[in-house]
Design a protein around this ligand. Structure first.
Ligand code: ZN
Ligand code: ZN
Ligand code: ZN
Length: 326
């Protein structure tokens, strides 16, 4: 799931920015092919979300160059698909070249190999990490990338540190800095928190779910078990939350859908937020990748038409008449 930061203009409404009939101004939507045996739905879902994220699409277009890996270049393969999304007359396009580049890049790790099903969230995250390497290959230390042209770290990365502070004796651990491209939350923990925190915001709910089971020993060993505090230090424009399910078939699906919020405040998601912009900003849900019956599909919010679009490989449909689960 991706939330994108969207600042409303005073008095402005998102729906008003779209004028009926101006179809030419829409970012084009096309399907991505998935022939029998290809098992490319995980990749297709990740690519559709990346394409529909305005910030990502525009930033990628504006990048002047990259360190190319030729045949196995994920960056080039993604650019080709994006250009076909824009210019092709076909309703559905092959994603084979990107699939091949992904398989070649992760050959040694035996991940994302041709014909095998894989994880869409990890695919999304790894494409972003590869883009970082194509822009700043000298910066192997991903956690400290400060390159202004790196889309991955400038737009998606959450720069965090975690620390545990003991309420009982006051001792605190050394702050541990790290970056995250996807913030993972356990579904089981989320559903447990929903019962206890009916009045809290979606962000606070996620924070509670991601810290609740994560107790550490007091740094001075006074005997207390304490919660970890995560502090956000930057203001990411796109925030991705990955929900971790305990099993393929879960009876928590309806409950999860019911607890999903369409707005997210970063101040709720983390113990503390230091960046002023991040404190004020509110993020809106703009995309989702879903998994069911060994198959991935995705939903994305089409900014210009203010409509949700459903992507299932070659099939693209506008979502109409969303019913709220009571
Ligand atoms: Zn290239
Ligand atoms: Zn980077
Ligand atoms: Zn203590």
């Amino acid at each position: 799931m991706a939330w994108v930061k969207f600042f409303r203009k005073p008095g402005g409404k998102l729906a008003n920015s779209y004028q009926a009939g101006s179809m030419l101004s829409l970012a084009p939507t096309k399907g991505l092919l998935n022939e029998p045996g290809q098992n490319s739905c995980f990749l297709n879902s990740a690519v559709q979300v990346l394409w529909q994220l305005d910030i990502f699409r525009r930033s990628l277009r504006q990048l002047p160059g990259h360190y190319c890996l030729g045949e196995s270049c994920i960056f080039c393969a993604l650019k080709v698909i994006f250009s076909q999304f824009q210019h092709s007359r076909e309703r559905a396009l092959p994603s084979d070249n990107l699939r091949l580049a992904l398989a070649e890049t992760f050959k040694d790790e035996q991940r994302f190999q041709l014909g095998f099903m894989d994880d869409a969230a990890e695919c999304f995250e790894n494409i972003l990490q590869q883009i970082h390497l194509h822009i700043v290959p000298e910066e192997k230390e991903k956690d400290s990338c400060t390159s202004r042209s790196c889309i991955t770290h400038q737009k998606f990365a959450m720069t965090l540190y975690e620390q545990s502070v003991c309420r009982s004796c006051g001792a605190s651990s050394d702050p541990h800095p790290f970056t995250e491209l996807v913030h993972y939350v356990s579904i089981t923990a989320l559903c447990q928190q929903v019962y206890q925190r009916r009045d809290e915001s979606f962000g606070e709910l996620l924070q509670a779910a991601s810290t609740i089971g994560d107790l550490r020993n007091c740094p001075s060993n006074c005997g207390q078990r304490i919660k970890i505090r995560r502090v956000l230090m930057n203001s990411p424009q796109i925030v991705t939350i990955g929900f971790v399910w305990d099993s393929d078939q879960s009876d928590l699906t309806e409950e999860v859908i019911r607890s999903l919020g369409s707005n997210l405040n970063l101040s709720g998601l983390f113990y503390r937020v230091t960046d002023e912009q991040a404190k004020r900003g509110e993020l809106l849900l703009v995309a989702m990748i879903c998994y069911s019956s060994r198959h991935y599909c995705s939903f994305a919010f089409h900014t210009k038409s203010s409509k949700w679009v459903f992507f299932d490989d070659a099939t693209v449909k506008e979502v109409r008449g969303i019913k709220k689960i009571p």
